[in-house]
Design a protein around this ligand. Structure first.
Ligand SMILES: *Cc1c(COP(=O)(O)O)cnc(C)c1O
Length: 402
């Protein structure tokens, strides 16, 4: 990782652990800034992809805004020194307490996802004597061509408000005393590798924005959400320059500022999960490498049958064999990689690649497994940015009943 051998990371901090590259994160963030430069975008990093405080601070120092989906994520952003004035608050289930927290912090915009939420937000803001800046998350009914669990912009999705209902809801928002209408928002899904769905969504959203302007509800920004995919295996990710080239001419002259909410594209390829082979379990019926990382550390393969490249830290001589890389958790679905061709011995280190997004942040303590350490590498420097949990951490909030 950059100039630090992964064997040294394992030696210093043990396995399993997440290892991130600061340079890769800076590069990926800057790519958005550069590609969309003519539109002077606000790039709001989606905290749910990886909310580690050090990564948030690194991004805040680059000028990033943040897309949050809970009060907990807002607290993380503030603890990391993020600017609340650059925070957009998404999510279908914002509680009144979370609204109060975000209003007091002074977030830039609430991305509202339902009529009921709109009314509650107005009421909560009025009680505080404030006005909530809002945008409606509109569902453009565009198929992003991605895994059904991460498609979010279809009609039957739980996210956003239906395109055909949005105009009337904006009229209501404009009348509600606790609200100030500032924008429009969509987020059609994740790991999207085709430009067409983004363009289709943009055109529908722009049409609605101009209808709103004609109807006396001018907006100041358009938020295109996140969802830009990365290469895990053999995907061809969208070139951000192409994305920007599609957006710029359509947005110019609209008077709308641009917000983006990338998560995966900023941290996904910047991180890996480092793990050690515990056992080789090979018989005529099965061929397994049992490693010390598991589905509780990285759930994407079990949850979405996602592919993560798995490479040995040191290449070993000898014929590779085809095996499944599995973890110690008591679930048949605890598979990190199926049918991989690897030459391995017990004790070898493996790097599970592209694990920077939705890895650590989706981790759990299933099977009473402490969460792994997280390490940030920057050039020749390696820094522990989250210590490995201890078993005592796991039952800190419990006690055997008296
Ligand atoms: C998850 C999410 C994002 C980030 O998605 P990526 O695919 O990681 O870029 C952005 N906006 C919203 C509303 C989200 O729910």
């Amino acid at each position: 990782m950059e100039s630090v051998p992964l064997a040294e990371v394992a030696q210093a901090h043990g396995t399993p652990c997440y290892v991130y590259s600061a340079a890769a994160i800076r590069h990926a963030y800057t790519e958005f800034e550069v590609a969309f430069a003519t539109l002077d975008p606000l790039v709001c990093y989606a905290v749910k992809a990886n909310g580690n405080l050090s990564l948030l601070r690194l991004l805040a120092r680059l000028g990033a805004g943040f897309d949050i989906v809970s009060g907990g994520e807002l607290s993380r952003v503030l603890a990391a020194g993020g600017d609340p004035g650059k925070v957009v608050f998404s999510g279908v289930g914002k509680s009144a307490a979370e609204m109060v927290q975000a209003l007091r912090a002074g977030v830039r915009c609430f991305n509202v996802e339902s009529p009921a939420e709109l009314r509650r937000l107005s009421r909560v803001a009025c009680e505080l004597g404030l006005q909530a800046p809002v945008s409606l998350r509109v569902n453009p009914d565009v198929d992003p061509g991605t895994h059904p669990y991460i498609a979010t912009g279809l009609k039957d999705s739980k996210f956003g408000v239906a395109y055909d209902d949005a105009f009337a809801l904006y009229q209501e928002a404009a009348r509600l005393p606790g609200l100030r209408v500032v924008g429009i928002d969509c987020h059609i899904g994740s790991q999207i590798t085709d430009l067409d769905p983004f363009v289709a969504a943009l055109e529908k959203i722009l049409e609605l924005a101009s209808k709103l302007r004609r109807g006396g509800i001018p907006l100041s920004h358009l938020d295109l959400g996140g969802g830009v995919g990365i290469r895990y295996r053999n995907e061809t990710p969208i070139a951000l320059a192409d994305y920007a080239r599609a957006v710029a001419p359509r947005l110019e002259g609209s008077g709308l500022g641009l917000l983006l909410e990338p998560g995966r594209r900023i941290v996904g390829n910047a991180g890996l999960l480092l793990t050690r082979v515990e056992y080789l379990k090979i018989s005529p019926e099965h061929r397994f490498a049992v490693v010390d990382a598991a589905m509780n550390d990285l759930i994407r393969p079990s949850l979405y049958e996602a592919w993560h490249e798995i490479v040995p830290v040191r290449e070993r001589q000898g014929a590779p064999s085809v095996l499944d890389v599995v973890g110690p958790v008591c679930e048949t679905g605890d598979i990190l990689g199926r049918g991989r061709s690897l030459a391995l011995a017990e004790g070898d280190l493996l790097a599970i690649l592209s694990a920077g997004a939705y890895g650590a942040s989706m981790g759990s303590n299933y099977n009473a497994r402490p969460r792994p350490a997280e390490i940030l590498v920057d050039g020749q420097a390696m820094q522990l940015i989250r210590r490995r949990e201890t078993v005592e951490d796991l039952f800190r909030n419990e006690w055997p009943m008296p």
